[in-house]
Design a protein. Structure first.
Length: 72
């Protein structure tokens, strides 16, 4: 699932994407909100300096996709 969302240059081809600061995450980590069909997938990622490689990926699923959340 990860290669579908990210290419070697970073984030690519999202229907809805924006960055915002998240106090729950430490410095250098950003929260990405994507709208995928009927639910939202939240990915918080720790970037390196060039922001092209991901060292940590956290998944936060919306309540609209309980079955998908169980699958994880």
């Amino acid at each position: 699932m990860i290669p579908r969302f990210f290419n070697k240059y970073g984030i690519n081809k999202f229907t809805h994407l924006f960055f915002r600061d998240n106090k729950l995450l430490s410095n250098g980590i950003y929260c990405i909100e994507l709208t995928l069909n009927t639910f939202k997938l939240f990915i918080g990622s720790m970037f390196q300096d060039n922001r092209t490689k991901f060292t940590k990926i956290f998944y936060f699923m919306n309540k609209k996709a309980p079955s998908f959340q169980k699958a994880l």
